[in-house]
Design a protein around this ligand. Structure first.
Ligand code: TRP
Ligand code: ZN
Length: 871
């Protein structure tokens, strides 16, 4: 590298010397030479400063004027445009030229299938014009867009449309005005030809809001679920948080080329089409639920993100953790709370815990950043949401909502910090969150080790709780956190034993806040079974020596659904760990009949929600299992997981088959009950596929399927069980859907995680499938991402072929789309967790990348951290 990328530190935050209060943008859209004129009102904030550095990247500067006359007192440097000798207040005009057709990074202004669109978060606006591209500069925006009328009939930007007209040469223009001051990362522009779905929503104060969803031509019929989800989101935010929408129009545009899920630009969300388009032929139940949650997420950002934004990017979790918490609550209030919690906890215990012990470990509020795009992580989003959830648990809904109200009273219309949020919660509820704040600055996963002693004479139960957090790559010293630890005690007959201390009833949520602590409960008349970390009350790893009997008891008797699922997972975990150890010693696989019977009991329990039964019967992923070991043995883990699946299928064959047949449904609906039934039926199919008549059953399932959920389940079952039907069914599917990239993503994903021999050669072959393109992030993630993340046996092949394959792809993506490259590299960074031979091969791959001449700073940051961590 010519110049080593520089890190920024949270501690170095400094308010800007100048601010911009108003910006009038004028875009003349042309494929390879778009002209942008930005006229800004600039005001000095720090007396005496007369130098202003504006951020900019890849811009061709054509003109600078101050107060209407040409300005020559400036220099273009590597950091941007440095203006000198400035007055205290002035109008700044900057004219730049950019090339959207050459923009493959999908940041700034780019073309997606013939439509112009922008992505400015986090630091993309600087690829459009020179500006103070930082979230603590809030300006009112107007945007004038001029383009060819027939190719781009829709010209969209933030706020309200205030003018339009036609000009010579078949061009037209539209002018937009956003009445709310905002940082540049929330700016958006879209120009194209779309189908438009329109609706309206009346807010609770009686204002009518126009709702508009723009999709590629021909996709109108696939937009209605997104519209329904949007209306549900608007209603829910009023009901649960008392928050109303604030503009007269809310627009959503679906695009096929997008680096992430979606973007909350004020009044003009841009979405990955994956999170908008759905009908029963093309989308699975999971897709439908994903759309609901992402539509909700972006809508909820209007208050948590846009009305109150972030002071600097280190505070990203202020908006993301809180908004993820809100979208999780939205999905839980509309659907099954238990199933939502289970899926969120799976993400925490799998990929988030893995991130916490990787070279990229960071607190939810990072201290040091080279490339901000690298910090849109599971830690900032998902763990950030768990931190908000813990405050909700500690304060309760009423006080939490008081805290939200105070937060908006204090910070509406400004750029705030995580500290501001915690302070509002603290002040509104009168709760001391002093020690709790450590969750913002400490990285890594705390480990809680619990032991219990029952005293039959005294009738007391003593719980000894020990907490430790191991050193992480970014931080050696760890301190005890405040951990809300939710427990419940059960008597032999399943009755609840009240928690009492000093003869008084105490809360279920214990406050664990020291390294070692004892909790003594009185009047416990029999030795209880203890349900712990209920609802996953804190993002920690729990160790407690449960007996099989206790876990089976909790699977049946725990009062809440999540705890029943969790007991099942702990039972599986225990036997998976024991069997991995056996395999490593060359011993035979053992699974006691009682364990199988516990799952039989669940399958036959008519009182359980079918959706929950499906979750209980779903084994933890190979990745999650890997996280339980100091050194990951991919082969042993794969063997054990398959053996358990096979054993359950064989022993529960009759029950699985009976449930499979009873749950057959005629018509397809997306009611939650129907989703639950399909989910359990398809889990049963996954087990039954492994048995003797599995091939016939899966073919039949595929042939009669009247919706994509069932079709995809048949393919997945054929894929995982390596059935003879696989190739034939995959071909039928690809012949039918080759024209539709979003649908083909499901197919590419199955190619990616095909367990059969020759998986890598097959993945390589599919890269020349007509529906595949490395330029499209969805396709890349489906095929390459699935192979590297969800096919451990082949990705970690002993000869290093998996690593080499990923490295070759990363070299291409480093040049075309560094943000996607940087997300894809993650499995290579975690080499420290594998055996010496694999470590050496993974390290070689990273070194090959490190030696690239034009290594983007996204990859630079991660590779250097990984190589440093173990050198
Ligand atoms: N703010 C977006 C969200 O969470 C995230 C996002 C969308 C994003 N596109 C991006 C972040 C591009 C960085 C770069 O809803
Ligand atoms: Zn978000």
């Amino acid at each position: 590298m010519a110049q080593q990328p520089q890190a920024k530190y949270r501690k170095d935050y400094k308010a800007p010397d100048f601010t911009i209060t108003q910006i009038d943008l004028d875009f003349d859209l042309r494929k390879s030479h778009t002209v942008v004129i930005a006229k800004s009102q600039v005001k000095q904030l720090t007396a005496g400063s007369d130098t202003l550095t504006l951020d900019g990247e890849g811009l061709t500067l054509r003109r600078v004027e101050i107060n209407g006359t040409e300005w020559s007192s400036f220099e273009e440097g590597p950091e941007g445009l440095v203006l000198t000798n400035l007055p205290q207040q002035f109008t700044l005009l900057i004219e730049t030229e950019i090339d959207p057709s050459a923009n493959t990074s999908l940041e700034g202004l780019y073309l997606s299938d013939g439509a112009y669109c922008t992505q400015c978060e986090a630091e993309g606006f600087r690829r459009i014009t020179y500006y103070l591209d930082r979230p603590d500069v809030l300006a009112k925006f107007t945007t004038k867009i001029t383009a060819d009328k027939s190719a781009f009939p829709f010209l969209l930007s933030n706020g309200n449309k205030v003018g339009q007209g036609e000009i010579d040469g078949g061009r037209h223009w539209v002018q937009w005005e956003d009445p709310f001051a905002k940082p540049s990362y929330l700016f958006a522009l879209v120009a194209g030809d779309f189908d438009l779905l329109q609706d309206t929503f009346t807010t609770r104060s009686g204002r009518d809001v126009a709702l508009e969803i723009f999709v590629d031509k021909g996709n109108l019929a696939r937009a209605s679920h997104a519209m329904t989800s949007l209306k549900h989101s608007m209603k829910w935010d009023e009901d649960r948080f008392g928050l109303e929408y604030d503009l007269d129009i809310y627009m959503i545009v679906a695009v096929d080329f997008f680096n992430m899920g979606a973007m909350e630009n004020k009044g003009l969300n841009v979405f990955n089409s994956k999170f908008v388009l759905a009908n029963s032929d093309t989308a699975t139940d999971t897709d439908y639920l994903g759309i609901e949650s992402v539509i909700g997420h972006e809508y909820f950002h209007n208050w948590t993100g846009n009305r109150v934004t972030c002071r600097d990017w280190f505070q990203l979790s202020l908006k993301e953790g809180l908004t993820v918490f809100r979208d999780q609550e939205f999905s839980s209030d509309l659907g099954s709370r238990a199933v939502n919690r289970i899926n969120n906890v799976r993400i925490m215990r799998g990929p988030q815990f893995a991130e916490d012990c990787s070279p990229m470990a960071h607190p939810i509020r990072p201290e040091k950043v080279i490339e901000m795009n690298n910090f849109y992580t599971l830690t900032v989003y998902e763990k950030g949401s768990e931190v908000i959830r813990m405050m909700h648990t500690l304060l309760g809904e009423t006080n939490f909502q008081k805290g939200m109200k105070l937060y908006f009273e204090r910070h509406d219309g400004t750029a705030a910090t995580c500290e501001d949020f915690v302070k509002a919660m603290e002040d509104a509820s009168g709760t001391d969150l002093g020690q709790f704040r450590l969750w913002y600055s400490q990285s890594g996963t705390p480990e809680l080790t619990v032991s219990s002693a029952y005293d039959i004479e005294q009738k007391t139960l003593t719980l000894t709780v020990n907490q430790t957090t191991r050193p992480t790559a970014d931080q050696k010293e760890k301190a005890p956190l405040l951990i809300p630890f939710d427990i419940e005690l059960y008597g032999e007959d399943g009755s609840v034993i009240e928690l009492q201390c000093n003869n008084e009833k105490v809360e279920n949520v214990l406050h664990v806040n020291q390294e070692t602590q004892e909790f003594v409960f009185e009047n416990v008349n029999e030795k209880p079974v203890i349900s712990m970390l209920r609802e996953f009350s804190a993002p920690v790893k729990l160790t407690f020596e449960y007996t099989d009997e206790e876990l089976v008891f909790l699977m049946v008797h725990a009062r809440n659904e999540f705890a029943r699922w969790d007991a099942g997972q702990m039972l599986l975990a225990k036997h998976i760990k024991q069997n991995v150890a056996r395999i490593q010693k060359g011993e035979a696989f053992v699974l006691p009949g009682d364990v199988v019977d516990a799952f039989r009991g669940v399958l036959l329990d008519g009182s359980l929600d079918v959706a929950l039964i499906a979750e209980i019967l779903t084994l933890p992923s190979e990745n999650e299992i890997g996280g339980w070991f100091e050194e990951v043995d991919v082969d042993a883990i794969n063997q054990v997981r398959s053996a358990i699946k096979q054993r359950l299928a064989v022993d529960l064959c009759d029950e699985l088959s009976a449930v499979y047949h009873t749950l057959h449904q005629g018509e397809y609906t997306i009611e939650h009950e129907a989703i639950g039934k399909r989910s359990l039926r398809n889990v049963c199919l996954g087990y039954l596929a492994q048995l003797d008549n599995g091939d016939a059953l899966v073919r039949e399932h595929f042939n009669v399927a009247n919706n994509m959920t069932d079709t995809a389940a048949a393919l997945a079952a054929a894929n995982h069980a390596e059935l003879p039907a696989r190739a034939e069914l995959m071909k039928i599917f690809s012949d039918k859907w080759t024209h539709d990239g979003l649908v083909m993503d499901k197919w590419f994903m199955l190619q990616g995680c095909n367990p059969a021999v020759g998986a890598l050669a097959n993945v390589k072959a599919q890269m020349s499938h007509p529906a595949f393109s490395l330029k499209n992030p969805n396709r890349t993630r489906s095929l390459v991402g699935a192979f590297c993340n969800n096919n451990p046996l082949h990705f970690h092949a002993k000869d290093g072929s998996g690593y080499e394959f990923l490295t070759d792809i990363l070299i291409q993506l480093n040049a075309s789309n560094p943000q996607v490259a940087s997300r894809l590299i993650d499995p290579l960074l975690k080499f420290g967790r594998f055996d010496k031979d694999r470590q050496a091969l993974m390290r070689q791959s990273l070194e090959r990348l490190a030696a690239l001449d034009d290594l983007a700073k996204d990859l630079y940051e991660k590779i250097n951290k990984a190589l440093d961590a173990t050198s």
